[in-house]
Design a protein around this ligand. Structure first.
Ligand code: SF4
Length: 368
């Protein structure tokens, strides 16, 4: 058994809500979310995308419901999906009531934007009756006008003031089944806002760097922002916002959690950057295996290192490891060098087979 230093992160104490079958807060595993980017009224395309997200391990999916037609489509989608679904609604309280009737698992709606007291109360009462939590979502790009004027520009305090307005509305209605996000596209702004909010409320926090950018820059910004917060114990669920296939959001989310040793899922590849010493094509091997092994959810570390400079050292602390050698490469299991060696030309197939066998074995041991 390979031992890694455990993270020593102490999670912020929070209350718990349940988004369908997924618990959020109060020590529950940090849930990874994503959002569909199909037209919700295109029921087939949306279902297909949700199923793809499920295959890469998403815990919860958010679907935007901008119209009553979309609410009707949501009903059909919900009937064919097992994973919890959140409806993203802006302003129209009738849509919130409709999707509640259709079995939504959480409403992403800001009570302060619903309209008069009667409308707010009808949505909150309905959520209470049906045990549906609410996510309050504040975004640095759409702060209320008076808050913008007061602060001059989006600041952490401005985001939190906006969030607290919505929180106060729910408090007055004795509704505590909610979580809050204070997202911004600027890393420091978002991090500052979450830190401030973390000390003000007891509810779970949904983390995100909003409109983070394309795949590469968005992943980097999210890793820095969420990495800072998560390493301080702040955050109970997250969504990585990328201008990319939502599948990538889920993968990046898990990679951030894996890197912090907060939550492991699937293979954590350790690979060298390669140089002229490499004995087999490390980059092609890693890329091929990442694709081929997307279905593996068993947590394990696999080191793929091009030569003996760093190979044995990494293999010692990996579940499985290969170290490039002349024509044939050394293979390690649980840190122990095996007699078996892999032909450098057959590396991808051989390693895939070993990883699958190991995953089966680890899964079997866990069940026992
Ligand atoms: S481990 Fe070997 S092949 Fe990989 S980068 Fe280092 S020296 Fe180069």
């Amino acid at each position: 058994m390979i031992m890694h230093p455990e993270n020593s992160i102490k999670r912020r104490q929070s209350t718990r809500i349940n988004v369908g079958k997924v618990p959020i807060g109060d020590g529950a595993p940090i849930a990874v979310q994503s959002m569909t980017n199909t037209k919700t009224t295109d029921v087939d395309a949306t279902i297909e995308q949700i199923k793809r997200l499920e295959r890469v391990g998403v815990d919860i999916v958010r679907v935007s419901v901008p119209t009553m037609d979309a609410a009707e489509a949501f009903k059909l989608i919900k009937q064919q999906i097992n994973i919890p679904l959140i409806a993203d609604i802006h302003f129209d309280y009738r849509i919130a009531l409709k999707v509640a009737e259709y079995g939504v698992d959480c409403l992403r709606i800001n009570p302060g934007n619903i309209g008069n007291q009667e409308r707010i109360r009808s949505v909150v009462d309905c959520a209470r009756d049906k045990n549906i939590p609410i996510r309050i979502g504040v975004n640095g790009g759409s702060l209320e006008k008076d808050i913008q004027e007061k602060y001059g520009e989006p600041t952490p305090a401005a985001l939190v003031e906006s969030a607290m307005r919505h929180v106060d509305i729910l408090d007055k209605l004795n509704f505590d089944q909610f979580k809050v996000s204070v997202k911004a596209s600027d890393v420091f702004l978002a991090v500052g806002a979450y830190r401030l909010l973390a000390g003000k409320i007891d509810q779970p926090l949904h983390l995100g760097i909003t409109e983070a950018g394309g795949f590469r820059s968005g992943a980097v910004k999210s890793a820095i922002g969420l990495g800072l917060l998560l390493s301080e114990g702040i955050g109970d669920t997250l969504r990585i916002s990328l201008a990319a296939d939502p599948i990538e959001e889920v993968k990046v989310g898990f990679d951030i959690l894996k890197s912090l040793r907060i939550r492991s899922r699937g293979i954590n590849f350790i690979a060298c950057p390669t140089c002229s010493r490499q004995e087999f094509d490390v980059i092609a091997t890693v890329n091929a295996l990442e694709q081929r092994l997307e279905d593996i959810i068993t947590p394990m570390d696999v080191s793929i290192i091009g030569c003996v400079v760093n190979g044995p050292g990494e293999a010692l602390i990996s579940t499985l490891g290969v170290t490039g050698g002349n024509k044939k490469s050394g293979f390690y299991e649980d840190g122990i060098r095996q007699k078996e060696r892999f032909d450098n030309h057959d590396m991808i197939d051989a390693l895939e087979q070993k990883i699958r066998q190991k995953a089966l074995m680890l899964d079997k041991n866990r069940i026992i």
